[in-house]
Design a protein around this ligand. Sequence first.
Ligand SMILES: *Cc1c(COP(=O)(O)O)cnc(C)c1O
Length: 448
Amino acid sequence: MDWFENIKKSDPEVFDAIKNEVARQRNGLEMIPSENFTSISVLEALGSVMTNKYSEGYAGKRYYGGNEYVDVIERLAVERAKKLFAVPHANVQPYSGSPANLAVYLALCKPGDTIMGLNLTDGGHLTHGWKTSVSGQIFKSVPYHVKKDGYIDIDEARKLAQESKPKLIWIGATAYTRELPFEDFAQIANDVGAYLVADISHISGLIVSGVHKSPAKHAHLITTTTHKTLRGPRGAMIMVTDKGVEKDPALPGKIDSTIFPGLQGGPHDSAVAGIAIALLEASKPSFREYGVQIVNNSKALAAELMRNGITLVTGGTDNHMLLIDLTGFGKGTGVFVQDALGKAGITVNKNTIPNEPSSPFYPSGIRLGTPALTTMGMKEDDMKKVGAMIARVINDVKGYQLPESKEERAAYLEKFRRELDERQEIKDVRKEVLDLCSNFTLYPQIKI
Ligand SMILES: *Cc1c(COP(=O)(O)O)cnc(C)c1O
């Protein structure tokens, strides 16, 4: 069977967009560090009949009939998660990372309680108390920060925790290139009686591979998305650790009842099937090699960028991610570099950096990473080529400066984007990207 042959006949407009997306994923360098390419088996599960079923409740305790096979799959996912992350309880039903984190709040806190998380512009996630997220609106959010050198300011976090006595402390990040200090935060949380929740969304695959330490002995709860380095379908898990059960034996039950019926209805069983498959894949020796290669690639890329005069926040990386500091080229220049790299076929995202001199919409940094390229099969030699190409693109657009006046910005950006189409260096890099991608075959099974 040809993939999508039925969509092609029934809905040519959607078919065309999917076809173009397959080509885009094949012919470019996907370097957004929160993205990855799932296995073909995970894709099959997502396109399976599991999507037809309602299964509110948990395995063996469902509200609807006909769940005997859904139960098999959910039990497999739960048991595999418990084994891989060395925890006594796992819930695999959260629709995604944000609802998983919301469920943690609802299980542990009351509106108005104090919570702590890494500040968004310092690398923290929206759901850890940022003002535009409900987490920053219904709770009293006391953010901690990174130091001038880009590392988490543990002393500040300790002081803030002692002053504000939070109910819950998050340790986790969405733009942080160093190992997370789980032990220090366990100490801080223990001293003030707070729950410590490790949000390992970005690094769960690295933890399974043994290239990042695990929070299982330090945190009470662990949340993770399943679609980042873990390389599964879009979804999330909430896990309760032994330490969490010790602090509150009712915690597993509280988490389960907060996910359902507290926050969600029926689980997405096709995603749960994909999670079960991804967890089995992650338990294989080849996945350990994958995690090691992600970090080796990340370090090789960092070295090549720095050799080309590009500044990195913290001066390097311990994980799958790099943060380029563009302040040397001008404040708020992330948008120019993101667009120019995009034109060359290198997908990254503009991001704030510590002590951001501009704004989250016009930040002065670029966040990029190696999980997806590593899945394609790229190694250190390829990273050298990629690093050199990125440096060439940055240097090619370094003359562009974000206008101070907000009114002038739209016109300036429009002019920049027009000129981008004509820049020879960008065209040359685009060709080299296509050459590099042609050495790898993404989803050879998908003929489209
Ligand atoms: C990605 C991410 C989330 C949210 O996941 P979504 O699936 O996008 O809702 C939460 N926390 C962290 C640290 C993340 O990186």
